[in-house]
Ligand binder design. Structure first.
Ligand code: NIG
Ligand code: FE
Length: 422
């Protein structure tokens, strides 16, 4: 199967020589082609350029059968890559959100058995089928908003059975969904109450029982720990990252959301693929990250929803770091997986230029889930995951006109998945 998209007003984020990630000043550069065409064969991009160059005799695929989409007035972007979510969850938590409105902090809610523990309780009651069904619904929703690849974490099981159940669901989602999906084992998301006075027993369960089973069944691509005040310590985090490494799982950790937790340093020490949240990041953390292969990942949805301080993303870029931005889609701190909103937040709250926001939500998040060789930009040979916008005036309009869906058509793996989106 082949597909030609023609008369594209602007083809956004094309790369001749694909980069694995973009850092510092380079984040403000996004290549675009005006009045362009894009040719897809099977599930890959095979050719693109200016419409002027699309003459019959330059078309090396002239004898092939292909569909044509006329994108007049519309733009084409590579799909968003959402490198941090918890979108497999048993139930929404809007009631506890009222406690937040009344002024309770995230930690206070956690201490009262709310938060992650609330989800863990409900996880015990839900069947694998129901969990799968609700998660597929959420995947369908994020596809409409332009996501083409997503990382999904466990972490609401907090027991052997619960964690394995979640990860088996994620494995099924990989098979059932057109999205590219990566799974992360987050057994150390919160300490279950029954382990209150025996923390080390829980760490032992994570390392010596859950992890071997996760590895045997091939259930995870990465490993995560919530390394923060009131959750897991640096020492515990390092133990878990070290154990994960023995099974070939790189870390993607929750760090520095609630305090200067040492999580960033622990992540870098164990060559984590990403350290995520980063509300509490100072010069020391920035310097550690500068000498690393770890992607600093900011989660604007959580900071916005919880009313936290915003991570110093602008400063990180000005100091030469790459920055990725993901949704953190979860029922407690970020009940939205809309990456168009994250792109808007990048500019509105973090003062990133639209181009920086685009890089932060595509190629750098692709790096943060280890798929930047196949996703995150429009380059020959990369997977044909893209969206066609509605008629929009400029690329700057994408972050600016926030809160509505500006996407008309979604193509994943070279196939039209949705068109005429409202
Ligand atoms: O990324 N910070 C830790 N974990 C999640 C919250 C999950 C929840 O509250 O359910 C987060 O924000
Ligand atoms: Fe998270």
């Amino acid at each position: 199967m082949a597909l030609l998209i023609k008369n594209i007003k602007k083809l956004v984020q094309t790369e001749e020589k694909p980069a694995k990630k973009v850092s510092g000043k380079d984040m403000s550069k996004v290549n675009t082609i005006d009045n362009a065409y894009l040719f897809i064969e099977d599930d890959k991009f095979v050719d693109f350029g200016k419409m002027d160059n699309l003459t019959d005799d330059t078309v090396f695929w002239e004898n092939k059968e292909f569909d044509v989409i006329d994108a007049k007035g519309k733009m084409v972007f590579p799909s968003f890559v959402d490198s941090h979510t918890h979108l497999v969850y048993p139930a929404s938590r809007e009631i506890e959100y009222i406690d937040k409105i009344k002024g309770l902090s995230y930690e206070e809610i956690a201490k009262r058995g709310g938060g992650i523990l609330n989800s863990a309780k409900k996880m015990r009651e839900i069947s694998e089928e129901e969990l799968l069904k609700s998660s597929l619904g959420r995947l369908d929703e994020i596809i409409k908003y332009g996501t083409g690849a997503v990382e999904i974490k466990s972490g609401y099981g907090l027991s052997f059975e619960g964690e394995i159940k979640m990860l088996r669901v994620i494995k099924k989602l990989k098979r059932l969904s057109p999205l590219t999906i990566k799974a992360t084992f987050l057994g150390a998301h919160a300490l279950p109450p029954e382990y209150k006075n025996k923390r080390e027993k829980y760490i032992d369960l994570v390392i010596n029982e859950m992890l071997p089973q996760v590895a045997t069944e091939g259930l995870a691509d990465f490993i995560d720990v919530f390394c923060d005040k009131g959750f897991f310590t640096v020492e515990e985090t390092e133990k878990i990252l070290e154990a994960g490494a023995r099974y070939g799982l790189r870390g993607k950790i929750h760090a520095n959301e609630l305090d200067y937790s040492g999580g960033v340093q622990a992540g870098v020490k164990y060559n984590a693929l990403s350290v995520d949240h980063l509300e509490y990041v100072g010069d020391e953390e920035i310097n550690v990250l500068l000498n690393s292969e770890t992607m600093p990942t900011v989660l604007p949805g959580a900071a916005f929803f919880l009313g936290m301080v915003y991570a110093p993303a602008r400063k990180m870029i000005d100091f030469g770091l790459p920055v990725a931005m993901a949704s953190d889609f979860n029922p407690g701190s970020s009940p939205s997986g809309n990456m168009q909103f994250i792109l808007s937040m990048a500019s509105i709250a973090y003062k990133l230029l639209p181009e920086e926001g685009i890089n932060a939500t595509t190629i750098n998040t692709a790096y943060a889930m280890d798929v930047s060789d196949i996703l995150g930009s429009i380059a020959t040979g990369k997977k044909a995951n893209l969206f066609i916008t509605k008629e929009i005036p400029t690329i700057e309009y994408m972050p600016y006109y926030y809160g509505t869906n500006k996407i008309d058509t979604v193509i994943l793996n070279g196939k039209v998945i949705k068109s005429g989106i409202d």
